[in-house]
Design a protein around this ligand. Structure first.
Ligand SMILES: *Cc1c(COP(=O)(O)O)cnc(C)c1O
Length: 440
């Protein structure tokens, strides 16, 4: 493929794009249960206006664009306040949860290099359910990941974490909540262990950061999980998830700047000038930062509480509905609007494929096979039709005997059965490689 020799008129380009987009997941109708967090059409219009207002500006330079500096520092100050941070709390707006987590691990690594120079091979303790962004951080930053098992309730096993601690451990991690089952790790117990050792502790609240504080206000029983807990040194929360901002906005907040200073990167010997950058990216889209600020201003606590109320009411109806279907079981006790369920005889993947036929797209979990749901406002309108289809599909799959598996079920089944995980990894990378060819 080449860049077209001649340009095309804007209307035609947009028309072509509309056609190309036709096969995308139809999230507006509430038939997908991941990837997009949509509050309302009205809210999205504001996001687009705010984003476009700062569309061209670059967050790389707070000196050139004091508006972005103000938006960012105020977004961080408001997020820190929401998450139990004191007046000393500091942080950055990043491009997403993954970057926030990379920064948390990078700060811990630099801290250890400065304060624990004897450590040659730094390690971090990760609950098995921790987000792969931590594995990515391990891979990029040379910090070894040590996996800590979770108990039958899918929360990390604190005793196992204690046993896994070693001289080289620089960082411990807990999720609030974890992506797979939506349960909150025992943060106070874990953070106390970290404090005893004098090491870093990061809370991954990428998913829950903008829900749990409101749920607590609404009277839900939410255990302590944020910077208010002794021993927690940093926390990440995604504004582009339940914060309902435009994509490309997450936060990393530290208790104070003792750790944050290790996040920054500076190079002062470049002929191009003195270069200081807070995070992974160089150029930072001003629009994402501006839209995050606009979201806080527009929604206010009131707006967030109202969204949380609607989401949790929808969530309750879904969970009760699923529990009443023979053969399905909610995994653990989800504490928010994200949960998983499995099907008897390990038939969750076949059920997922059956639902797919009826236009419902649910993420697949593994070890054991399960289906995943992340509830957002558009789902309010589809609870009944979804539960009807789910009940019907469950009956179909349950009554099918000798399963000749196809579709996603076949692929997931095959991947889970590979005893050699290096082979599984190679297969996944090959698959992605094939997928990312133009025209495939
Ligand atoms: C989404 C998510 C992340 C990663 O965030 P991205 O914005 O996708 O990079 C990390 N942790 C948890 C628990 C998440 O749900």
């Amino acid at each position: 493929m080449k860049i077209p020799e001649r340009g095309t008129a804007p209307e035609q380009v947009l028309e072509d794009m509309r056609r190309i987009r036709a096969e995308d997941a139809d999230w507006k109708s509430g038939r997908t249960w991941s990837l997009v967090y949509h509050a309302s059409e009205e809210h999205t219009r504001l996001l687009k206006d705010a984003y476009c207002m700062s569309f061209s500006e670059n967050g790389l330079s707070p000196l050139a664009f004091p508006s972005l500096k103000r938006f960012e520092t105020e977004v961080i100050a408001m997020t820190a306040d929401m998450l139990g941070g004191g007046p000393q709390a500091v942080g950055s707006v990043t491009s997403g949860g993954t970057e926030s987590i990379l920064m948390a691990v990078k700060s811990a690594r630099e801290w250890a290099r400065a304060e624990r120079p004897a450590i040659e091979r730094p390690r971090m303790l990760l609950p098995l359910t921790a987000h792969p962004a931590f594995e990515k951080a391990a891979h990029y930053l040379g910090v070894e990941a040590v996996h800590v098992p979770v108990g039958p309730d899918f929360r990390v096993d604190v005793e196992a974490a204690r046993r896994a601690l070693g001289e080289d451990t620089i960082l411990m991690v807990g999720s609030a909540p974890s992506f797979p089952q939506g349960v909150i790790d025992p943060i106070p117990e874990l953070a106390a262990l970290a404090a005893e050792q004098g090491i870093c502790f990061h809370v991954d609240a990428c998913l829950g950061g903008f829900m749990l504080p409101w749920l607590r206000r609404l009277g839900h029983d939410i255990p302590p999980f944020d910077l208010g807990v002794d021993g927690v040194t940093s926390i990440s929360a995604d504004i582009h998830k339940y914060g309902f901002a435009a994509k490309g906005a997450s936060t990393i907040v530290y208790r104070d700047d003792r750790l944050r200073k290790y996040q920054y990167f500076a190079y002062t010997d470049w002929p191009g000038g003195i270069y200081v950058s807070p995070s992974m990216t160089g150029t930072r889209p001003g629009g994402a930062i501006a839209a995050a600020w606009a979201t806080f201003q527009h929604l206010g606590e009131e707006g967030y509480l109202e969204l949380a109320r609607t989401i949790m009411e929808t969530n309750r109806r879904l969970i009760e509905g699923i529990q009443s279907i023979d053969g399905l079981r909610i995994m653990g006790e989800p504490q928010m609007s994200v949960f998983a369920f499995d099907m008897q005889d390990g038939k969750a993947y076949a059920l997922g494929d059956e639902l797919e036929q009826r236009g419902w797209h649910l993420d697949r979990l593994q070890f054991p096979p399960a289906l995943h749901m992340m509830v957002t406002p558009p789902h309010q309108a589809v609870v009944e039709p979804f539960l009807d289809d789910l009940a019907a599909c469950t009956r179909v799959v349950a009554s099918r005997e000798d399963e000749s598996v196809s579709g996603m079920a076949a692929m997931y089944g095959m991947m889970a059965a590979l005893p050699d995980r290096a082979q599984a990894k190679e297969f996944a990378v090959d698959f992605f490689n094939q997928l990312m060819k133009p025209g495939s």
